[in-house]
Design a protein around this ligand. Structure first.
Ligand code: FMN
Length: 189
């Protein structure tokens, strides 16, 4: 009996710790940023056109150097084409190819595209979807950018994958850990 009580107590402590990690800040945007994570596995429930449209609107709203907006977003829904870029694609996923203007020497297209990508990542997560950014497959995708209908003069920087996820997986257990704040932040004395 004692062992069962101790076990129950242990489980309750673990659950409380997990809950504390996911506690609300009282601000929806901050909560979203603190709980976002990048799933690798998705369900086959399709992402709707309205969701894609809202995600794109959030990408377009991103800030950019001199408001150059040096990006183009190519939406890919065809399963076979998506699979050529990312192996474990499932039906219902959507890929958004985020491409930056190639001729922007001395400007910041990669950085600007990163901001647009993060806006879309957070928007997708906020809509209850899962999102993952892919840099690796962008290189090979660039070889086929004409077939992918990426506008001329633009290079694919990253690929944003959006899909539905198993909602029983919580952000605390799903996310990768981060370096400690003390390791990263210093305050000039
Ligand atoms: C620029 C960039 C490139 C990435 N490239 C890949 C990739 O090629 N393959 C992959 O599986 N994940 C990729 N990721 C996802 C990261 O691995 C993920 O964001 C990180 O591990 C944090 O995971 P979490 O958000 O679940 O905590 C990339 C993320 C970024 C921001």
């Amino acid at each position: 009996m004692k062992t069962r009580t101790a076990l129950l107590l242990f489980v309750l402590i673990i659950a409380a710790t997990q809950f504390a990690g996911a506690q609300s800040s009282g601000n929806a945007v901050v909560d979203q940023l603190l709980t976002a994570w990048s799933p690798k596995n998705f369900t086959t429930e399709p992402v709707t056109d309205q969701q894609v449209d809202m995600i794109l609107k959030c990408g377009i709203k991103a800030p950019s150097g001199k408001n150059n907006q040096p990006w183009r977003f190519t939406v890919v829904r065809d399963e076979a084409t998506m699979k050529e870029m990312i192996g474990n694609i499932v039906p219902g996923n959507v890929l958004i190819l985020v491409s930056g203007l190639e001729s922007e020497t001395g400007k910041t297209p990669d950085f600007d595209c990163g901001l647009a990508t993060e806006n879309m990542f957070i928007a997708a997560t906020s809509l209850g979807l899962g999102a993952r950014i892919y840099g690796g497959p962008a290189g090979a995708a660039n070889e086929k950018r004409e077939a992918l209908q990426v506008p001329a003069g633009y290079k694919i920087i990253v690929i944003l994958r959006v899909g539905n996820i198993d909602k029983s997986v919580d952000a605390v257990s799903g996310a990768s850990s981060r370096k400690a704040q003390e390791e990263i932040v210093n305050y000039k004395k």
